[in-house]
Design a protein around this ligand. Structure first.
Ligand code: PEP
Ligand code: MN
Length: 365
């Protein structure tokens, strides 16, 4: 059991005015130009769900030579966007100097990105720079699926007096992520909510999905699980975005997506919060999520198996062998039936499954 002392957290309703709850924080992955920032903010401000405008100025990029953000120059654009639209402004910070610049320029919400959260030295520096400052801070999950590292970052900020604190779930890096960009592993943010019940936890469907097609199911899942809000990337011209173009949507597309999301009836931040163990609705959702993840794994393994089949097929051709090697197949079936039986799988089901797989293997060889 992990004991945490993240208490006296102020709920969103105390500092993130939203015409509709749960709130949505939307905006481009990166600020690119004054026109792009202002036009995106103007269009997003028309959506009642949007409570704040997110925008990256300093971009942590995987490879050198990629667009690393406009930096401090964009702060003036964000100030204008705030004056014109009244939206709260959210910016990612990774270094104490980012914080200083943001605070000077009336940035309302700071967030710590996933690549920074993994490093306790960086989080300590950020937390020290925020000591005694009354600012709202969001902490994304670390890139690796480490709940304690996430909690540790929240605790470091909490220790410096930050109470307008929230977490953002943006998925976890893995070598095989398909069909996501970052694996959701929903059990981790659910466990965070269980351990720190007062902490608002948002979901960032953009970085979980990595593409527009996945946004809707991920948003719906966040709603089914009664998370406290969404952080979504939106750009006036996604096709020409300098970063994360595949996952950004226009404000109009975002409005359509939001209109189709069904949140639990009595906006049950309650529903998700009651207790993962006792709440029937949540336990069904949880089980479905686990089933989805297991199915994803089965599909990935099947694809891996078929790749091996293609390779062996090519080799058999080179050697002039038939695709069907009856003796090997007979032995394989016996072995799999035995292994499956020890796992409690029925013989009939296994036979059907093995035949289906074999049929496809012969087809593609
Ligand atoms: C972002 O929000 O644009 C970003 C860089 O996100 P993450 O830290 O989740 O990768
Ligand atoms: Mn991004």
């Amino acid at each position: 059991m992990v004991a945490t002392i993240i208490d006296h957290i102020i709920p969103f309703s105390g500092y993130l005015p939203s015409r509709e709850y749960p709130p949505v924080i939307a905006g481009p992955c990166s600020a690119e130009s004054e026109r792009q920032v202002l036009e995106t903010a103007r269009q997003l401000a028309r959506l009642p769900e949007v409570a704040a405008f997110r925008c990256g100025l300093w971009k942590p990029r995987t490879r050198p030579g990629e667009f690393e953000g406009v930096g401090a120059e964009g702060l003036a654009w964000l100030r204008k966007a705030k004056q014109e639209t009244g939206l709260a402004i959210a910016v990612e910070v990774a270094l104490p100097q980012h914080i200083e610049l943001c605070l000077k320029n009336e940035v309302d919400i700071l967030w710590i990105g996933s690549r920074t959260v993994v490093n306790p030295f960086s989080v300590n520096e950020i937390a020290s720079a925020l000591k005694g400052v009354d600012v709202r801070v969001m902490v994304k999950n670390p890139v690796n699926p480490d709940l304690l590292l996430w909690i540790g970052a929240l605790e470091r900020l909490h220790q410096q007096g930050i109470r307008k604190l929230a977490a953002v779930h943006r998925g976890f890096s893995a070598y095989h992520c398909k069909p996501f960009r970052n694996l959701p592993q929903w059990e981790i943010p659910i466990e965070l909510r269980r351990l720190v019940p007062d902490l608002p936890v948002l979901v960032d469907p953009s970085h979980i999905s990595g593409n527009r097609a996945m946004l809707r199911p991920v948003m719906q899942k966040a709603a089914d699980l009664a998370f406290d809000g969404l952080m979504i990337e939106s750009h006036v011209d996604p096709a020409n975005a300098l970063t994360d173009g595949d996952q950004q949507v226009s404000p109009k597309e975002l409005a359509d997506l939001l209109a189709r999301i069904e949140w639990p009836v009595n906006n049950a931040n309650e529903v998700g919060r009651e207790d993962a163990g006792e709440n029937i609705r949540l336990s069904i959702v949880d089980l479905r999520l686990s089933i989805d993840e297991v199915d994803g794994e089965i599909l990935r393994l099947l694809a891996e198996r078929m790749e091996l089949v293609k390779k062996i097929g090519a080799r058999k051709k080179e050697l002039g062998m038939d695709a069907l090697q009856l003796e090997r197949w007979t032995r394989l079936v016996e072995d799999r039936l035995e292994k499956g039986a020890s796992l409690g799988l029925s013989r009939n089901f296994l036979l059907k499954l093995l035949h289906t797989i074999h049929e496809e293997a012969l087809r593609i060889q």
